[in-house]
Design a protein around this ligand. Structure first.
Ligand code: PGA
Length: 250
């Protein structure tokens, strides 16, 4: 079983000062939680400052996105090499990137390959929208996203996958534990088909979408859930620590 990961996606929240204050708060209770990898993903401009705060603790750093090119004329973008040394993880293919920034499976695939080549650990996000779920397409959407994102990827040793149904993100309507488990079992078996049973077994699968301290136990107890990707509740040090503790206990 992989070590569970609880990652906090701060999204486009926190000024530099607020990010430092939040990270400092997390160095208490969150740092003390064992049995789970704790990752914070602040905005790019706060990565260095937050890293300086959490250095020496058990809290790990992640970015929320990156470009796939190494350098050049890509105004406003951040390359894998710029992130190396600042963070260990990078969230890729988040549904907000797909939805608002038109990221396709092909773009996400380039990013996954670039991250791996740069020694960053991708947290690859997949998940279906409400209409797709209601049409009974959840499994096929997620499977197609996985195939697309992992094209030409030869090793998944440092990959994590987050299943985030779009209808559950930021809505307070979390998937039930069973609904998450059903799709996450399919993610695991798709990885096994693409790679091997042994490789698939080691990939941390995170559930994301309205995770709170109150519902985390429901996910932690599922056989194919090895963590959580947390948005809203990761902006509160106490709530995020409680989620990490709940995941570790599962
Ligand atoms: P949420 O966001 O926890 O606020 O639903 C999850 C995510 O988008 O990663």
């Amino acid at each position: 079983m992989p070590t569970p990961i609880v990652a906090g996606n701060w999204k486009m929240n926190t000024t530099l000062a607020e990010a430092v204050a939040l990270a400092s708060e997390m160095c208490g209770a969150l740092d003390a939680v064992g049995g789970v990898e704790k990752v914070v993903c602040p905005p790019f401009i706060s990565l260095k400052a937050v890293k300086d705060v959490v250095d020496g603790t058990s809290i790990r750093m992640g970015a929320q996105n990156m470009h796939y090119e190494e350098k050049g004329a890509y105004t406003g973008e951040v390359s894998p090499g710029m992130l190396t040394g600042l963070c260990e993880y990078v969230i890729l293919g988040h549904s907000e990137r797909r939805q608002y920034f038109w990221e396709t499976d092909e773009v996400i695939n380039r990013k996954v390959r670039a991250a791996l080549a740069a020694g960053l650990k991708p947290i690859l996000c997949v998940g279906e929208g409400l209409e797709e779920r209601e049409a009974g397409w959840a499994k096929s959407v997620v499977t197609a996203q996985l195939h697309g994102a992992l094209n030409f990827v030869t090793s998944i040793d440092t990959l994590a996958v987050a299943y985030e149904p779009i209808w559950a993100i930021g809505t307070g309507v979390a998937a039930t534990g069973e609904a998450a488990e059903e799709i996450m079992g399919i993610i695991r078996s798709t990885l096994a088909e693409l790679y091997s049973e042994a490789a698939a077994r080691e990939v941390p699968l995170l559930y994301g979408g309205s995770v709170t301290p109150d519902n985390v136990a429901e996910y932690a107890s599922q056989p194919n859930v090895n963590g959580a990707l947390v948005g809203g509740a990761s902006l509160d040090a106490a709530r995020f620590s409680d989620i990490a503790r709940g995941m570790a206990a599962g």
